[in-house]
Design a protein around this ligand. Structure first.
Ligand code: NAD
Length: 506
């Protein structure tokens, strides 16, 4: 006889096999703003249109929030703040855990929704559901481990108590490239810490966040704890929220220029800020690397998410003695990629998010070529329906090329060469960004030297993907402030209080 657990697993597996139809899924996504536990139209009604980048068709029209709607969402977060902060950590944890379980049940739905609105291949969207869901599980476990300390002062005259408290209402702004994971990576720790939130997803991919808010509602989250405003006018809606003295924190993931402007605005109210900003990751291949493993890592670090990742390898810095072999091997693999709508079987490179992304990838390639780079494969926008760019490899990229300075955010792999370790370090650190780096070497001491010498918040040493809910994700230099995930993640949403008390024996 099957025990209940096995039965659940089998029934779960059956559910996952049922085909999710696009039409039914889009109909199930709420089209309103989520404020105070209600789905509301917003004072100016529709009409924010969400497009499928693979064919340019409108997927759904949803509410387009006004600044007054944004303040209403903050009102709701403020109203719910005290009771959520006072909710037992175990209860907060159970709601997050329930949300994780529901995410497993609905994984195919979330994957399809992300592929439709963002363009990534379905297999990668499934990977994002797995990764994004883990933040719910991880922070459900962290919610019950918020600790403090109690000790005697060095003079022996008193007792010192250090305790942790939720920072209060938070404003969370997320980008379009990982519509689910960037939301769960912020909402998970905020809720675990006892904070209420207003979430503003990117206008290009808001459907996943709306569907996630519905999941949280189904998981039993009380009204007002999470509020979602979707809008085509990000600045106009965000500015009054940030200027409101009731707000305590802003957490932003997106480009560095927008992050800088938000930090300036946050300064007026001395808000806590977490900033996950842009990157320009070096991928260093030493002459002693296992080249096949380096090629495998390069394909993941570069082409995952169509290259539209802040952690994407932007500059391949390869020792001159192995550069030709590396370029040849990587080019052979890239030529075998299948480009097309993310919903089609076997597609490895989906549509870029919009025309501007295609134009940017193209102009960076053209600039590199005009300065002497060689196109090994690709190098062109693809004509016709949707916003596609050929997966591209360019080698012999010359110093001073724009592609070495700017985030490519597309499927273009650019190779430069170096002569020795100091040269590699100098090139790798020659950027204002400091998010991610990759190093391939079989020399342990050299690998350790790179950990200490490369100026980035994260490193993949002989691996092409590092993201994990249990790890502190974040950058240094102009890539940001603070960490998401790991033991560190919840502290972004907690403030420390120190209390002095007398020596009770005196
Ligand atoms: P973006 O900065 O254009 O937008 C990010 C978010 O900010 C969106 O929700 C957008 O609507 C909002 N926004 C834009 N202007 C605003 C304003 N004036 N006030 C308030 N909100 C505003 O970035 P994007 O194009 O959506 O995302 C790509 C960028 O995000 C890349 O630079 C990438 O490196 C970065 N990113 C960083 C991380 C990380 O963890 N470090 C992760 C993913 C993406």
């Amino acid at each position: 006889m099957l025990n209940d657990k096995v039965k659940d697993v089998l029934e779960g597996a059956k559910g996952a096999l049922e085909k999710v139809t696009e039409k039914a899924l889009l109909a199930a996504v709420p089209s309103g703003l989520y404020i105070g536990g209600e789905w509301v139209a917003g004072e100016q009604g529709g009409d924010l249109k969400v497009y499928n980048p693979a064919n340019g068709e409108v997927l759904k029209s949803i509410a387009d929030a006004s600044p007054a709607d944004g303040i209403r969402a903050l009102d709701a977060a403020v109203a719910a703040a005290d009771s959520w902060a006072a909710t037992a950590p175990r209860v907060r944890a159970e709601i997050l855990r329930k949300a994780f379980d529901l995410m497993q049940e609905r994984k195919e739905e979330f994957a399809l929704l992300m592929t439709l609105e963002m363009g990534k291949p379905l297999a990668e969207a499934r990977g994002e559901v797995a990764y994004g869901g883990e933040f719910l599980r991880w922070f459900s476990e962290e919610a019950v481990r918020i600790s403090g300390r109690y000790g005697t002062n060095p003079e022996g005259t008193g007792r010192m108590i250090v305790s942790q408290h939720p920072v209060g209402p938070c404003f969370l702004i997320t980008p379009w490239n990982f519509p689910l994971a960037m939301a769960t990576r912020k909402i998970g720790p905020a809720l675990a810490a006892g904070c209420t939130v207003v979430v503003k997803p990117a206008a290009l991919t808001p459907l996943t966040t709306l569907y996630f808010a519905k999941l949280l509602e189904d998981a039993g989250l009380p009204a007002g704890v999470v509020n979602v405003v979707t809008t085509s006018t990000s600045g106009a809606v965000s500015d009054p929220i940030i200027a409101d003295p009731r707000l305590r924190k802003i957490s932003f993931t997106g480009s560095t220029p927008v992050g800088v402007s938000l930090m300036k605005k946050a300064a007026d109210n001395v808000l806590r800020t977490s900033m996950e900003l842009g990157g320009n990751a070096p991928f260093v291949v030493f002459e002693d690397a296992d080249l096949d493993k380096a090629v495998e890592g390069a394909l993941l670090a570069k082409f995952r998410n169509i290259g539209e990742a802040c952690t994407a390898a932007n500059r391949f810095i390869v020792h001159e003695s192995v550069a030709e072999e590396f370029a040849a091997k990587v080019t052979e693999k890239v030529k075998a990629f299948k480009v097309g709508p993310g919903v089609e079987d076997g597609v490895t490179i989906g549509a870029l998010i919009d025309d501007r992304a295609v134009a940017k990838a193209n102009s960076l390639v053209q600039d590199a070529v005009s300065r002497g780079a060689t196109v090994r494969t690709g190098g062109n926008a693809i004509e016709g329906e949707g916003t596609f760019y050929e997966p591209t490899v360019v080698s012999d990229v010359r110093p001073g090329s724009d592609i070495l300075r700017e985030e490519i955010f597309g499927p273009v792999l650019a190779i430069v060469t170096f002569k020795d370790e100091d040269d590699a370090v100098r090139i790798a650190n020659d950027t204002e960004y400091g998010l991610m780096s990759y190093v391939f070497t079989q020399d342990l001491a050299r690998g350790q030297r790179m950990i200490e010498r490369l100026e980035t918040g994260m490193m993949g040493l002989n691996v092409g993907v590092v993201s994990n809910a249990a790890a502190p994700f974040g950058g240094i230099k102009q890539s940001g402030l603070g960490r998401e995930g790991g033991f560190e993640g919840i502290h972004e949403y907690l403030s420390t209080k120190y209390t002095m008390t007398p020596n009770p024996f005196a």
